[in-house]
Write a protein that binds this ligand. Structure first.
Ligand code: GLP
Length: 273
């Protein structure tokens, strides 16, 4: 079965370092063990069995995130099913968002981003650190005064001016999060000072947050958010809320970011108090 794994390695995207085959012997072996002829007399339809095998291969990292799947004809041969069955299984996983189909280059495992929950970094920095290109589309930007919720969260008096930035954020071409950020207007020279990165704009005027409180909550994606994130209504999502503070303790930002549940892993390093 090594040739299937060889295919995976050759077609790895530029974001993931290509490790020598020997170093991945375990993964190659794991994939080989999983890609065995299926049982046609099993209760479950064959395409669902193929999906189960592929899901397991991804969960066990026998096929890494961003790797290409072996070609459909190889999968069909290894699993002893027809190519139509393989295609039906893959189409289902593409609809689920576990795989991405790229015309002319094959089917890839959708990448997950691992984010250190304890680092006060920006979305742009996080994506660049992973070799991805950050990009945003503006959904709305406006200026106004604090809402009662913002006033409470940011500890501001009613009537304090703020800027609001509402963006859909991408890593390369994959939508990652829908983000609503409120910045205290006094911390930026103007709303137009924000181009690609809010933190870069704040940093230019010495107002980048140096401390933050962050909260993560699981939720089901609303129809509106699901459409923007190319997911389905009711899919698992994550809401990350951040309140950022300046050196002197004043709050500078309140951000709410809605992520697809299957694109982000939040990790934190823990130590004994
Ligand atoms: C992350 C944070 C937000 C912050 C944003 C800034 O997404 N959760 O709180 O506002 O990064 O990102 P950028 O500087 O790329 O605009």
């Amino acid at each position: 079965m090594w040739y299937s794994f060889g295919m995976v390695m050759k077609t790895r995207s530029r974001a993931a370092p290509v490790a020598p085959r020997e170093a991945n012997g375990d993964a190659a072996g794991a994939l080989g063990r999983l890609l065995k002829p299926l049982d046609p007399s099993h209760d479950q339809p064959l395409y669902l069995q193929v999906q189960r095998v592929l899901r397991t291969a991804i969960e066990q990292r026998a096929i890494g995130h961003e790797d290409a799947l072996p070609p459909e004809r190889d999968l069909a041969a290894d699993l002893a099913v027809s190519r139509i069955t393989v295609r039906k299984a893959i189409d289902g996983l593409v609809k689920e968002g576990l795989l991405v189909s790229r015309r002319g280059s094959g089917n890839f495992v959708r990448a997950r981003v691992e984010k250190n929950f304890a680092m006060l970094t920006s979305f742009s920095e996080d994506m660049r650190a992973r070799g991805r290109t950050p990009r945003s589309t503006w959904l709305r930007r406006s200026e106004g005064t604090v809402t009662p919720e913002e006033a409470l969260v940011l500890r501001l008096s009613p009537g304090t001016p703020v800027f609001r930035f509402h963006r859909l954020r991408f890593a390369d071409d994959a939508p990652m999060s829908v983000e609503y950020v409120t910045i205290v207007a006094g911390c930026l020279p103007s709303m137009a000072a924000v181009e690609d990165s809010i933190y870069a704009a704040l940093e230019r005027v010495g107002n980048r947050p140096v401390r933050a409180l962050q909260r993560l909550r699981a939720l089901l994606l609303s129809d509106a958010h699901a459409q923007l994130l190319e997911a389905r209504e009711g899919d698992a999502g994550l809401l990350v809320e951040r309140i950022g503070f300046l050196h002197d303790g004043r709050a500078v930002e309140f951000a709410q970011s809605y992520y697809r549940g299957d694109t982000y892993d939040f990790v934190a390093e823990l130590s004994v108090p």
